[in-house]
Design a protein around this ligand. Structure first.
Ligand code: ATP
Ligand code: MG
Ligand code: MG
Length: 376
């Protein structure tokens, strides 16, 4: 069998390796942390992501290279492309690791993003705030995740402090109009080099403190929104000639309009529900796509609610699942823990897929446990 090299050894790489080994592939991760989640189930090179010697070793030991996070050093990506086979290419990475480039690509595909402005100075910011209106969201163009590198500007007096804080990162800034959405939804599309495209069913996502808490599938949106969201994700994947998975985060407004928030060219937390709930998981689909195999069917087999298990909840998981038969809700919990060495509050340690006949049962089940996080 061939070996797939993965840049990054986190939980996404781990679940990719577990799914891909069922297809006969071997995996090797490059990650600075020894015994990374992926390294525990695959080979691992322990080194930094921008270490060129390690990148060369990865290229030598792999037939195909992919990545499980998007902030891969551009030079390393180019080097790997030269030395090995990187079916996703470095262009997809280059586009999605920068919010402005990403927004332009989304617009080019015919989808809508929140009105935005490129910010190079505090004067730019003042002008853009008066044009886009308050509230608005200032974001670093690169490197942000879990809401880090963002500031929601809710009054004019915040312009100075927001600029001072975010400009510290020394990267470009983007200002976005605040979209008062009724729901956040996402669609994961897969595209293979042969041009085959498939989308997974729409997930409805609830974030708490900017961290994904729960995904609900089927999303509680009408058929038209479901179809439109899947169509947009497929169009973006097609237009960008993406290979592998492309996760598309979207905002849905009261009048049914869909705005694309951001993209991720990899498996996505909001797609973890596919592991038991779909005919093919997102991880298997990613491997199929980068290896140019026919894509698997994406049909939903059962309603499902996915809940993330954060560091502060890890200790309880076993007890919660054992006792869950007593909740009276008709739910089959499937637990996935990532084997991370250090637990810390807010750190994603695992997730539970709650298979159910009705997503309300899954939501009620979570509310009875201390994994439930209240929204402020
Ligand atoms: P991720 O961990 O998903 O990569 P991130 O740090 O890249 O997150 P975004 O997805 O851009 O950040 O934003 C985080 C959350 O903040 C969104 O899921 C949404 O709830 C809110 N948000 C971001 N941009 C806007 C906007 N323009 N209008 C309204 N809410 C927004
Ligand atoms: Mg992001
Ligand atoms: Mg996001």
């Amino acid at each position: 069998g061939s070996t797939i090299g993965v840049l990054g050894g986190g939980q996404l790489g781990r679940m990719m390796a577990l799914a891909g080994s069922n297809l006969g592939y071997r995996f090797i991760a490059l990650d600075p942390t020894p015994e990374s989640p992926c390294g525990q189930v695959a080979g691992q090179i322990v080194a930094g992501y921008s270490d060129q010697t390690a990148a060369r070793e990865l290229a030598e030991r792999s037939d195909v290279i992919t990545y499980e996070f998007e902030n891969v050093d551009a030079e390393v990506a180019a080097l790997l492309e030269e030395l090995s086979y990187v079916p996703q290419g470095s262009r997809l990475l280059y586009t999605t690791q920068h919010r402005l480039r990403e927004k332009r690509a989304v617009e080019k595909a015919g989808a809508t993003v929140a009105p935005y402005a490129e910010i190079g100075s505090e004067a730019d910011l003042r002008e853009a705030v008066s044009r886009l209106g308050i509230p608005c969201v200032l974001k670093t163009a690169m490197g942000g995740y879990d809401g880090k590198g963002q500031w929601v500007i809710r009054s004019e007096s915040e312009i100075g402090p927001a600029y001072a804080e975010l400009s510290k990162a020394g990267v470009e800034l983007v200002l976005e109009q605040f979209i008062s959405f009724v729901k956040e939804i996402s669609v994961i599309a897969a595209r293979s080099p042969r041009g085959e495209i498939k989308t997974f069913p729409v997930a409805e996502n609830i974030h708490v403190d900017n961290i994904l808490h729960v995904s609900i599938v089927p999303a509680r949106v009408n058929e038209k929104v479901q179809q439109e969201a899947e169509r947009l994700a497929a169009n973006i994947a097609e237009s960008m000639e993406a290979v592998g998975l492309l996760a598309v985060e979207m905002f849905l407004t009261e009048d049914g309009e869909i705005y694309v928030n951001e993209l991720a060219p990899r498996p996505h937390n909001s797609g973890h529900y596919t592991m038991e709930a779909c005919a093919t998981s997102q991880f298997e689909q990613h491997v199929r796509a980068v290896c140019n195999l026919p894509l698997g069917p994406t049909k939903l087999r059962t309603p499902v609610v996915m809940v993330n298990v954060l560091g502060e909840h890890t200790e309880d998981v076993e007890g919660i699942v054992v006792n869950s038969t007593e909740t009276g809700f008709n739910v089959i919990p499937k637990v996935h823990l990532y084997g991370k060495k250090g637990s810390a509050p807010k750190r994603k340690m695992g997730h539970i897929n709650l298979l159910c006949d009705d997503v309300e049962d899954g939501l009620n089940w979570i509310q009875q446990t201390n994994i439930w996080r209240n929204q402020n």
